[in-house]
Design a protein. Structure first.
Ligand code: SF4
Ligand code: SF4
Length: 374
């Protein structure tokens, strides 16, 4: 029987409640397996990009602190690792750790930084797609992996929570290659499931005190949802929280793929508080049918395209650098424009990685008309 632990926590100032949740989580899910003294534990937060904690894009440092403090007290050796979106250097990774508020925690608890990009290798991750991916392979380097994710909507997958957070093990620009290879959301979700089954986190913890809805994972609305949750099973955890938030499960591709593979068949119990998350909104619809099932022309009319707001754009060109098929160009004034919409794969990496929320998604007229009916 799988277990999910949930605790309602009003805000990040309530460190006592966050610490008590971390203690209960560690006692329920890790301590029964082993004495933690001397164990090597990797913490994998969501560090999508260089954003401060109040932006609700990254895992809040107070949640990471609570786990680090308790695990250190128990004598564990701690590591923290991630590969943020886009091209990374060690320097840019360290800046992301600093801006997201993780740097003092790393110092206070003597945590070793693992920069996934510099230790990556090509691996066949097996599973359904048997794909070769450029990943940081935790292999037998750690005794436990704690997946510390954020509860957010996601323009392409519908949701990023425990399962999608593991995509951070695919390094830097190899993420863009994944988008080029798995252009259909159903295939991309299958790749994510294969990866989650390969990496096998020992524990997934969800920071849902302040979450992100609407146009997540980086340009959405920071919204108070007031909870922390944990489970050993990332598939069931995502499923349960999405149901609690009354999300349209058919629009969350990792959940539909998990259902198909029987990954949600196990029975589970929820311990702690009951969640009823009202008013949490999905992103706008970006497609009404899988593009593999319709003609290419219809794909253009029935799937949303990105655009770049010149009034907000700061010409940093992160969108251009991170577009997998390289279909964004500069116009005569140096602003990014989508030059080749036919070959835009609708991955929305440009929207996700724009640091200034200038890249947005535009629904074409036909999509607006048809989305209610298809
Ligand atoms: S990433 Fe955003 S701010 Fe930077 S060039 Fe593109 S649209 Fe402009
Ligand atoms: S333009 Fe944006 S949505 Fe289209 S392929 Fe490039 S990154 Fe993906």
């Amino acid at each position: 029987m799988e277990e999910i632990l949930i605790k309602k926590v009003e805000n990040y100032d309530d460190y006592e409640s966050i610490l008590s949740f971390a203690k209960e989580t560690i006692d329920s899910f890790l301590m029964e397996e082993a004495d933690l003294k001397g164990k090597r534990i990797l913490l994998k937060p969501n560090l999508l990009m260089k954003k401060p904690p109040e932006a609700a894009v990254t895992t809040h440092p107070v949640v990471v602190r609570a786990f680090a403090e308790l695990l250190k007290q128990k004598g564990a050796s701690l590591f923290i690792g991630e590969s943020p979106g886009g091209k990374n250097t060690k320097n840019s990774f360290e800046k992301a750790l600093k801006v997201s508020g993780l740097e003092p925690i790393i110092r206070d608890y003597d945590i070793d930084i693992v920069f996934f990009d510099s230790e990556s290798e090509e691996k066949n991750i097996g599973g359904k797609l048997r794909a070769n991916l450029q990943i940081f392979d935790p292999d037998d380097k750690f005794d436990f992996i704690i997946n510390l994710c954020k509860f957010k909507t996601h323009g392409f997958m519908g949701l990023t929570c425990a399962v999608k957070n593991i995509f951070g093990f695919v390094v830097g620009t190899a993420k863009a290659q994944c988008h080029l290879r798995f252009t259909e959301p159903e295939d991309f979700a299958d790749m994510l499931l294969d990866l989650a089954l390969y990496i096998k986190p020992s524990l997934s913890v969800v920071d849902g005190i302040i979450s992100m809805d609407r146009e997540g994972p980086s340009s959405g609305r920071a919204v108070k949802t007031g909870f922390l949750a944990a489970s050993r099973n990332p598939f069931i955890l995502d499923y349960h929280l999405s149901k609690a938030a009354k999300l349209d499960l058919n629009r969350i591709y990792t959940i539909t793929a998990s259902k198909k593979r029987g990954l949600l068949d196990s029975e589970y119990v929820v311990k702690g508080d009951t969640l009823d998350l009202l008013g949490f909104e999905m992103p706008q619809k970006t497609r009404v049918l899988s593009s593999s099932r319709i003609f290419k022309w219809f794909r253009g009319q029935l799937t949303a395209l990105p655009y770049y707001d010149k009034n907000i754009c700061r010409k940093c060109y992160e969108c251009i650098k991170n577009c997998p098929p390289q279909v964004i160009r500069k116009d005569s004034k140096g602003y990014p424009v989508l030059k080749d919409s036919e070959n835009c794969i609708r991955c929305y990496c440009c929207v996700e990685l724009c640091p200034y929320e200038a890249a947005k998604i535009k629904q074409p007229l036909l999509l607006k008309i048809f989305k209610k009916y298809l």
